[in-house]
Design a protein around this ligand. Structure first.
Ligand code: FES
Ligand SMILES: [Fe+2]
Length: 429
């Protein structure tokens, strides 16, 4: 249980709030590169700030304020020029730092443009994702986590904005037991309500063997980049990868499951951009085609147009998780919760957040801020497939079709191509 004040401290993300300041020490993904292909200007809301992301005609990315400082027209309708974004109303132009560089209707020798500047934040692109940094200088390195730099893999990325606070989504990642219930018993109840046959329900249950079984033991360890979550499920042992290797939670807001990242990026206090990014190992000795763009997909929310839960979209892990997160309330009121022994991971994660908040408040640098380029060439994380990537992929692909992966284009192609070789088991979050 947290007091109302403690809950606000952990959930509010706007400028000047304690958590807002901590989260501003990190690069956050704000869009897939492919999202700018059709329309090079995109509305972005990040940590409570309303911004516009654009790619100009020289290919340079910019992230600037969403209102023209002249008379307030939305820069979302800006015109990307060779270098910068031009306001549609009177043609003022801004570079990627937010500096006004042209005022066509002012005298040619006017110094007025030099004195007009709006927000402009650093943006970087890495393997199909665009990241932004809203924090203080010096700007840290954009972390090159292993999935972004592996060779011989195919990748895709998807996203959706979820109407709730980021923390309840992250806390779900420190909560192994929910898998057995929400994605086990409740999942089966969903299929029953959908009128699925016994055979279909058996197939779904079979897919959950080894992951969604009853939890016999859970454990959490702090490690260099966050927390490792471990579990022993019925019929398993501490030799099984679920315990021996576990799944990393990267501080402050990334879950790693198998070869998939899930980023929980606060849009504001009541909305979270959820991004899935997957690297798919390929069979050994195959020529892996180069991907010019990383395919992007949207994940539907499991709600109808009136905001009611849509049971037809609940037959997959992501739909089930999203309903659990959103129905906790826009910001979960933790002054009313009752935590038990099975919530030890959540308690540990909150402590880690508190510790890192205190570090920032006392002028220090929190964990996972990288400044050593050598170390950042590739940051390897523990994962079950290290020794046999394709063997691991064979086991986890079918399972991912039950998650957001059912919408993922690369996954769907691989499942179609390797049907018959795939195994219906593998890691769960
Ligand atoms: S409102 Fe943007 S140039 Fe006038
Ligand atoms: Fe889940």
């Amino acid at each position: 249980m947290l007091s109302v004040q403690e809950n606000e401290r952990l959930t509010q993300v706007g400028p000047g709030t304690p958590m807002g300041e901590l989260l501003r020490r990190y690069w956050h993904p704000i869009a897939a590169s492919a999202e700018l292909d059709d329309n090079p200007v995109k509305e972005v809301k990040l940590l409570g700030e309303s911004l516009v992301l654009y790619r100009d005609r020289s290919g340079q990315l910019g992230l600037i304020g969403d209102r023209c400082p002249h008379r307030g027209v939305s820069m979302l309708f800006g015109i990307p020029e060779v270098e910068g974004l031009r306001c549609p109303y009177h043609g003022w132009m801004f570079d990627q730092t937010g500096q006004c560089i042209e005022m066509p209707a002012e005298p040619a020798d006017s110094t007025f443009p030099c004195r007009v500047k709006m927000e402009g934040y650093p943006v970087q692109e890495l393997t199909g994702l665009i990241f932004a940094y809203l924090g203080p200088a010096p700007v840290p390195l954009l972390p090159r986590w292993d999935l972004f730099v592996w060779d011989n893999v195919l990748r895709d990325t998807g996203s959706v904005v979820i109407p709730c606070n980021w923390l309840q989504i992250m806390e779900n990642s420190l909560d192994p037991v929910h898998v057995e219930w929400l994605h086990g018993r409740f999942s089966d109840y969903v299929l029953e309500r959908q009128g699925r046959s016994d055979l279909q329900r058996q197939f779904y249950r079979a897919g959950k063997v080894g992951g969604n079984g009853a939890h016999r033991k859970i454990g959490f360890d702090a490690f260099e980049y966050g927390i490792i979550k471990r579990r022993v499920v019925e019929g398993g042992s501490e030799q099984a990868p679920e315990w021996r290797i576990g799944h990393p939670i990267l501080f402050p807001n990334i879950l790693r499951v198998g070869s998939n990242f899930q980023y929980r990026v606060p849009v504001d206090d009541k909305q979270t951009l959820h991004i899935w990014f997957t690297a798919y190992p390929q069979p050994p000795e195959t020529e892996v085609p180069k991907q010019d763009t990383i395919p992007y997909y949207e994940v539907p929310l499991p709600f109808d147009e009136r905001g009611r839960v849509d049971w037809s979209k609940l037959d997959n892990n992501s739909g089930q998780d999203i309903v659990a997160w959103v129905t906790q309330g826009a910001i979960n009121n933790r002054s009313r919760e009752r935590l038990g022994d099975s919530d030890q991971g959540i308690i540990m994660y909150r402590r880690m957040l508190q510790q890192q908040l205190a570090i920032v408040e006392s002028g220090g640098e929190p964990m996972n801020v990288f400044r050593d380029a050598e170390h950042n060439k590739r940051i390897d994380l523990p994962w079950e497939g290290n020794e046999d990537p394709w063997g691991f992929a064979r086991k986890s692909l079918m399972r991912r079709t039950g998650q957001a992966g059912k919408y993922a284009p690369v996954l769907r192609e691989m499942v179609a191509k390797f049907e018959g070789e795939l195994v219906l088991e593998g890691p769960v979050h």
